[in-house]
Design a protein around this ligand. Structure first.
Ligand code: SF4
Ligand code: SF4
Length: 134
């Protein structure tokens, strides 16, 4: 069983972007809730992974503002258990990338003070570069 998307059969722009970035076809999700049931961080999420997918499928506003995107640690448990073979962590990562692009709060390396560059751990620089490419 798959969920019909959109009243007129048209998927939303955000859904298309997420599918393009993640390589997942979200209409394959049949909302069994297995991903949410096994997620070790479910209690800290403002919306569970299965609901997030449903919101994407039905163009529910506010998906990119959800804290759940940043609570997910990409542990892969949900992907291992999904009976439809959906890679939910990839979906979460796609949403984070789109959220970062939308916010436009990247930190260009050129704007980091030289003194700070000496003290910053390498991972901070990597994260900065990743945001610029995200
Ligand atoms: S486990 Fe898979 S099919 Fe079930 S709700 Fe989650 S993503 Fe959808
Ligand atoms: S990858 Fe994210 S959503 Fe999936 S089980 Fe782990 S923390 Fe939960």
């Amino acid at each position: 069983m798959t969920i019909a998307i959109g009243a007129n059969g048209q998927s939303g722009a955000l859904l298309r972007r997420v599918e393009a970035l993640s390589g997942q076809r979200l209409a394959q999700c049949y909302q069994c809730g297995t991903c949410a049931a096994g997620c070790p961080f479910a209690e800290a999420m403002d919306v569970l992974p299965d609901r997030l997918i449903r919101h994407l499928l039905f163009d529910v506003p506010g998906v990119l503002e959800r804290e759940a995107l940043w609570v997910c640690v990409g542990c892969d448990l949900c992907a291992q258990r999904c009976p439809r073979g959906l890679d939910v962590p990839r979906v979460m990562e796609a949403l984070r990338l789109i959220a970062l692009r939308t916010r436009g709060d990247q930190l260009p390396v050129a704007q980091i003070p030289a003194a700070a560059l000496e003290d910053l751990p390498p991972i901070a620089l990597v994260a900065s570069l990743r945001r610029q490419t995200g």
